[in-house]
Design a protein. Structure first.
Length: 391
């Protein structure tokens, strides 16, 4: 439990303070925060005071809401009257966070502050450097326009196979997208493939050998999948071509999946001596029933886009010739919907099973770590690397 002492701040940032009279908190936690530490949170509160530019009312409302959620928990105040405009806006911003856990609110507050100004960079130098790295990463391209943050897998010569670095860059891109100004976030791929799954050379090219790669892989995979489970905004996959392995299993954690009729969906885990990941051992039977999930996850049956739609994995299939135009027109329309409303609706849906998803993710990662060191898996990977086998 958090013991919270509040005092009013001196007037360090007139516009911000006068608008909200933000309290400065001295918070003493008796247990460690899940992600952002208490120190990070306090640093972020100090950084807000140093803002040189007014970040605008929307951001100030967001800061206020996250601050209240992180310190007081869900909004339990009576709604201010209709003419009390400022307090009503503040109440609505706070209330819109629903039952967001305090730890997540604290993390989002820290992330938001660190994205606001150069003055925030000093004490979060590591994160800032990482943000820049993600923006500069050649294999993951992140852009934000028309209310949509687009995360593009951009390694077409390798069919967009995911390297260790790409997993890290995606984690970071999702973290940034969760607090940026966009309403929805979209994944797609460059070239003829959506994604050919895990880069199989991740395991063979690791300096410390398979053992070290397996340990690292399990940690990275768990964090990677967690960032999809916890992502707060609508997450959409625009599947432009074939998808393999983890690029397919992750779709069970997306809110909508639009596919070209050229896309295929293939999870050849048994062929590779591996086991399912990205919570698919839970989401796939739930989405398509256990008989169909078994065909995909155990027997590696490849589905066409229409078959994947019939199983409920895909929301809608489009002819390849009009795919891009139709999908982006539609997404731009969706991105104009009230963002808080979409977030809350997603939260209501996701909160029903978040705990379960985290538990499944942890178990799948432990199982995979052991599988990666099995003879079945090492042989399959060696066969691919030595060009003896493809899917
Ligand atoms: C942090 C770790 C988390 C791990 C999570 C667990 C995830 C599991 C999975 O995702 S399992 C699925 C793994 N993927 C595969 O098994 C696919 C392997 N690739 C293929 O079978 C084929 O390449 C293909 C069917 C995708 C495409 O075939 P084709 O059209 O004939 O093209 P090429 O084979 O010539 O491919 C072009 C180029 O790309 C390289 N490449 C493609 N996919 C991968 C891959 N997954 N890993 C590494 N490299 C890949 C391929 O080798 C070619 O490279 P080259 O031109 O020869 O240098």
């Amino acid at each position: 439990m958090a013991a919270v002492t509040l005092r009013r701040a001196r007037c360090w940032c007139p516009s911000l303070l006068q608008f909200f009279r933000l309290p400065v908190a001295q918070v003493h936690l008796s247990r460690p925060a899940m992600r952002a530490s208490q120190q990070d949170f306090e640093n972020a509160m100090n950084q807000v005071k140093l803002l040189k530019q007014d970040p605008g009312n929307q951001v100030k409302l967001k800061l206020y809401a996250l601050y209240k959620q992180a310190t007081d928990g869900p909004c339990n105040m009576p709604k201010p009257g209709v003419f009390d405009l400022v307090n009503k806006a503040k109440w609505e911003a706070w209330n819109s966070l629903g039952s967001l856990p305090k730890e997540t609110a604290r993390q989002n507050y820290v992330d938001l502050v660190s994205s606001l100004s150069p003055s925030a960079e000093a004490s979060s130098q590591g994160k800032h450097e990482a943000d820049e790295k993600a923006q500069k990463s050649k294999d993951i391209v992140v852009t934000s326009e028309d209310g949509i943050t687009k995360i593009v897998l951009n390694r077409p010569t390798k069919k967009n196979a995911l390297t260790f670095e790409m997993y890290q860059d995606i984690i970071l891109a999702l973290k940034n997208a969760s607090t940026d100004n966009s309403a929805i976030t979209v994944f797609t791929g460059t070239g003829d493939y959506y994604c050919s799954g895990n880069d199989l050379t991740n395991f063979t090219s690791a300096a410390g050998g398979m053992e070290e790669a397996a340990s690292k892989g399990a940690v990275v995979l768990r964090e990677f999948v967690n960032s999809f489970i916890d992502f707060p905004k609508p997450l959409v996959a625009v599947v432009n071509g074939p998808a393999v392995g983890i690029a397919v299993t992750l779709l069970g954690l997306f809110d909508a999946v639009y596919a070209s009729d050229k896309a295929t969906f293939h999870t050849p885990f048994s062929h590779l001596g591996q086991s399912p990941e990205a919570c698919s051992s839970y989401t796939f039977p739930k989405i398509m029933g256990s008989a169909k999930a078994t065909e995909m996850l155990l027997f590696g049956k490849k589905l066409t886009a229409r078959e994947a739609w019939a199983q409920g994995l895909v929301s809608e299939v489009f002819p390849d010739s009009t795919f891009e135009k139709e999908v982006w027109t539609r997404l731009k329309g969706y991105a104009k919907l009230p963002p808080n409303s979409m977030r809350i609706s997603k939260e209501l849906i996701r909160n029903n099973e978040k705990e379960k998803l985290h538990a499944v993710n942890a178990e799948e990662c432990t199982t995979l770590k052991a599988k990666w060191l099995s003879e079945e898996c090492i042989n399959a990977i060696m066969n691919f690397v030595s060009r003896k086998a493809k899917l």
